[in-house]
Design a protein. Structure first.
Length: 189
């Protein structure tokens, strides 16, 4: 049976813009990509995020240029139920939002990119890559992955292209069932 997967991206809908999460004290984390690097993290303690541009509050948004996934409690429950071994959920208070929100930290990283089937790939400058990005992708258009290499994960990041947050069709359907999303889904299988 084929499994379908989707890249979660920004939707073209009115939304509020959320800044990169910080400690509740306002102190930035040492590593701004902390929640998008695909690693299991120790409890970061109390965190918050500010609204950088007011707009339509959504159940799923990305915070800051790092694109930290931030979800409502209803969506956090989707991740808890369908991908408990693939994510960590950290409470985050959002300025002006009385509802509970959570940072979703995808902890699985899989090597599943099917470069031959991608429409167009761009590697970090091969002659002079930024330190730490040697051999990684700068951007991929028409991303395609090999579902047989996903190791049973429901939510994950891709090795050499951690920018992409990937979810299974089951997770996608459950997220869409909650609604009021600031994200869209691009099929990658």
């Amino acid at each position: 049976m084929d499994r379908n997967f989707y890249w979660v991206g920004l939707a073209d809908v009115p939304r509020w813009l959320i800044e990169t999460p910080t400690r509740t004290s306002g102190e930035a984390f040492d590593e701004p990509w902390l929640f998008t690097d695909g690693e299991i993290l120790p409890d970061p303690g109390s965190i918050k995020s500010q609204v950088s541009h007011p707009g339509t509050q959504r159940a799923f948004v990305f915070g800051g240029v790092e694109r930290t996934p931030i979800v409502s409690e209803a969506l956090a429950n989707v991740f808890r139920t369908l991908a408990p071994d693939d994510v960590q959920l950290f409470p985050v208070s959002i300025e002006g939002a009385p509802e509970r929100y959570f940072v979703v930290n995808a902890t699985k990283v899989v090597d599943a990119i099917d470069e031959a089937r991608c429409r167009e790939v761009h590697h970090h400058d091969e002659d002079d890559p930024a330190p730490g990005y040697e051999g990684e992708y700068d951007w991929i258009y028409g991303l395609r992955i090999d579902p047989s290499k996903t190791e049973g994960a429901q939510v994950f990041r891709l090795k050499k292209f951690k920018t992409a947050l990937i979810v299974s069709e089951d997770v996608k359907s459950a997220i869409e069932g909650v609604g009021n999303l600031g994200v869209s889904f691009e099929r990658v299988t």
